[in-house]
Design a protein around this ligand. Structure first.
Ligand SMILES: [Fe+2]
Length: 377
């Protein structure tokens, strides 16, 4: 068994106030570059970071499902400024972009040349990851997912040097998270934990993280969705649940839900968390014949008390469907997907790097079947 995660984690409400100490004393940085997006600016979080790090240069062009062309522009900026640290302040897209820009700061060319594992010659710059959503987990993983716009494909760029050096995780940064992002990023975190717990690569260590993540996320997501602004306990539960889910799937991988979500995101630009939420119950039904005992364990963990293993597993899937409805997650048919696109989506899902980690082997035909069921609902 192997478990590797070299990131130093600082967790707690108000941790953002340690930003300057972390940058200057812990990471010994005197020339950081901050990567973020416009939403973080509008939420006032960037202003807070700028107050703590006077004069820090900012690259704020990251979009959801970050494009390789955007990363290349960020890389150019980094090469010009010669920073000694990249700070990623935002959701999963921003943290993934920060990792990729840290790579380009030290390596020539376009990010598309680094698709795959350890394709870089020089180690990327250190990254300080500061998540502002309750779903990414990217603050404790080695992978950056970047959309190649020409190929309409989500590239995975990864390597042991791409783990953030420090994850500064402050639940109070969730105060201004819009309610639809609480829903979609929270469902992303639940998907990470479910897929980690049922992955072919799961170990007893990733199980520990996944189980505690699931306990927290199912307890606190409805509360966070109802009132994240004034419910500090729910914010902390969600941020910790998301972090723990990252610690699980970072070493066990994800599965077919992410394969479908990445295919959808690459073709339709569907936000990652939303796409996962849409596919999760359908993939769980597909995996049921292999993952039933594990689903039943999750069910028990979150208080489902049905008699048999079969009933508990079935009730878990229904609980997830009910949660999605309560969070106003739309069905696949409301996301602009046409039936003609399903064969291409199924092929892209099958080609995804995480497909072999799914507990039940899934062919392109299987993906097509899952997509048809989801679209008909
Ligand atoms: Fe995800």
């Amino acid at each position: 068994m192997r478990y590797y995660m070299p990131t130093q984690i600082l967790f707690g409400p108000g941790t953002i106030n340690q930003l300057r100490v972390v940058v200057e004393a812990r990471l010994r940085s005197s020339r950081p570059l901050l990567v973020t997006d416009r939403g973080i600016e509008e939420a006032g979080i960037l202003e807070k970071a700028r107050t703590l790090l006077a004069g820090v240069p900012v690259f704020d062009e990251v979009e959801p499902n970050p494009k390789h062309t955007t990363i290349d522009r960020g890389g150019e900026m980094a090469r010009g400024l010669q920073p000694d640290l990249i700070i990623g302040l935002g959701g999963g897209s921003v943290i993934d972009a920060a990792k990729a820009i840290a790579l380009l700061a030290k390596n020539a060319g376009s990010i598309e040349e680094y698709e795959g594992r350890e394709k870089y010659q020089a180690a990327p710059l250190p990254v300080l990851a500061i998540p502002t959503t309750c779903g990414t987990g990217s603050e404790v993983t080695w992978v950056s997912v970047i959309t190649h716009t020409g190929r309409k494909f989500k590239m995975s760029i990864k390597g042991p040097e791409m783990f953030p050096a420090v994850a500064l995780v402050d639940p109070d940064l969730l105060v201004t998270l819009p309610v639809h992002l609480v829903a979609s990023t929270g469902m992303d975190a639940i998907t990470h934990a479910v897929e980690a717990y049922t992955s072919k690569l799961a170990t007893c260590l990733t199980d520990l993280f996944a189980r505690e993540a699931l306990r927290l996320l199912f307890r606190y997501l409805p509360r966070a969705h109802a009132d994240i602004r004034s419910d500090g306990e729910a914010r902390e539960g969600m941020m910790l649940g998301s972090l723990l889910a990252g610690l699980a799937f970072g070493n066990s991988d994800v599965g077919a839900v992410h394969c479908l979500a990445e295919a959808l995101g690459s073709l339709y630009d569907t936000p990652h968390g939303l796409a996962n939420a849409v596919f999760l119950p359908w993939v769980m039904e597909f995996n049921l014949e292999v993952s039933r005992p594990r689903y039943a364990e999750i069910a028990r963990l979150i208080g489902i008390e049905a008699e048999s293993e079969e009933e508990r597993a079935g009730e878990l899937i229904e609980r997830i469907r009910g949660l999605s409805r309560a969070l106003n997650i739309p069905p696949l048919s409301c996301l602009g997907v046409e039936a003609e696109a399903l064969p291409l989506l199924s092929r892209k899902s099958w080609e995804n790097n995480s497909n072999p980690s799914n507990p039940r082997p899934a062919s392109a035909e299987d993906y097509l079947d899952i997509l048809r069921r989801a679209l008909a609902a």
